[in-house]
Ligand binder design. Structure first.
Ligand code: NCD
Ligand code: ZN
Length: 334
């Protein structure tokens, strides 16, 4: 008999949990399977000070109840002083930079990077990682590609700054990762498995509409081969981003895919189909633990080839693969 497939301390390095009732619905889904997650700060208004960060962490802890789960908090990038960053440093994993207006709740983001030299210098000095939504304001399919020069600017000018290119989607971004020691990246489940055809190739699929937009087959191919090769700078970050059905199935659909319920079963299937089961542990946990030197709750997940059907709804939210049959099931062992 072969040994069961176990995953130790799975981590989601990019997660949107929202607040209020939505938080209560979605937080336990992630906390059931993950030992921790990097929590995005794009609330309304965004999290821009220590007080709000601590209050939000407490709200999350309450929502996950008895489940062992570490919310790794982030601040929304702005013009912080050294004293502010010194005070907040013990409480956060990194600071998330959004170009203004490129995605959900990013209106107060940054227009010109070079105006924030002093903040990047302080972050570099204090060893606070910079997490970046790397998209320009250009043509939607080219936005990530057009932002790559900004990543190079940051990587070259702040060599001691740890920079995470969030949710990369293109072959060009994968290639850039190898050119600068201080660049790292997260990859989502949906960008790893889908292309723009899945969202807009037939009848429009609003629940697959997200930022960055899904890309070309050759980009997906580059992501898949980098992830399956065990690239140690590529970490899993779901970008699971729930919106109520009323904000998705309407005119002016909000961007975001709620993938949290299906992450582990779908990754298990993907790594298994590609004959790379042993590579999942690094992608879903070890690379991130090493990069950020994390201490997390012990959590063991067993992956079994057993089918189950994804619910049509989680309260007001339609999940990725709603109603579909999964080939793998995840169970919590401890
Ligand atoms: C995210 C959201 O809804 O907050 N949406 C998305 O499409 N990914 C924001 C983001 O991470 O871009
Ligand atoms: Zn996101």
């Amino acid at each position: 008999m072969t040994a069961p497939w176990m995953i130790h301390q799975p981590l989601d390095m990019h997660l949107h949990l929202r607040q209020g009732d939505m938080l209560k619905t979605v937080a336990p889904v992630s906390a059931e399977w993950f030992a921790g997650a990097v929590i995005m700060p794009n609330l309304i208004p965004p999290i821009t000070n220590l007080e709000r960060l601590v209050a939000y962490r407490e709200e999350i802890e309450e929502a996950v109840g008895h489940l062992d789960f570490t919310p790794l908090m982030t601040l929304f990038f702005r013009d912080y002083t050294r004293d502010e960053l010194l005070a907040v440093r013990p409480h956060l994993l990194g600071i998330k930079l959004y170009p203004d207006g490129v995605t959900t709740n990013s209106e107060s983001g940054v227009r010109k990077l070079d105006e924030f030299h002093h903040v990047f210098k302080i972050m570099e000095e204090l060893r606070i990682p910079l997490l970046v939504h790397g998209e320009s304001h250009g043509f939607v399919l080219d936005r990530e590609k057009e932002f790559l020069s900004s990543y190079e600017f940051l990587a070259e000018n702040y060599p001691d700054l740890t920079i995470v290119m969030e949710h990369i989607t293109t072959a060009d971004a994968v290639a850039l990762l190898d050119r600068h020691a201080n660049l790292h990246a997260t990859v989502t489940l949906h960008h790893l498995l889908l292309t723009l055809n899945d969202m807009a190739g037939g009848l429009l699929q609003p629940h697959l509409f997200c930022k960055p937009i899904l890309k070309r087959p050759e980009d997906r191919e580059a992501l898949q081969s980098a992830v399956l090769s065990g690239h140690p700078k590529l970490m899993f970050g779901s970008d699971s981003a729930p919106h109520p059905i009323s904000a998705k199935e309407c005119c002016g659909c909000a961007a975001g895919v709620f993938s949290a319920p299906v992450i582990l079963p779908m990754l298990a299937d993907f790594f298994d189909q590609n004959g790379c089961r042993e590579r999942l542990q690094g992608f879903i946990s070890d690379y991130a633990v090493n990069l950020h030197k994390l201490t997390l709750p012990t959590k063991q997940i067993r992956l079994d080839r057993q089918s189950w059907v994804v619910p049509e709804r989680y309260d007001s939210v339609v999940p990725f693969k709603a109603g579909a049959t999964m080939a793998w099931q995840a169970s919590r062992i401890s």
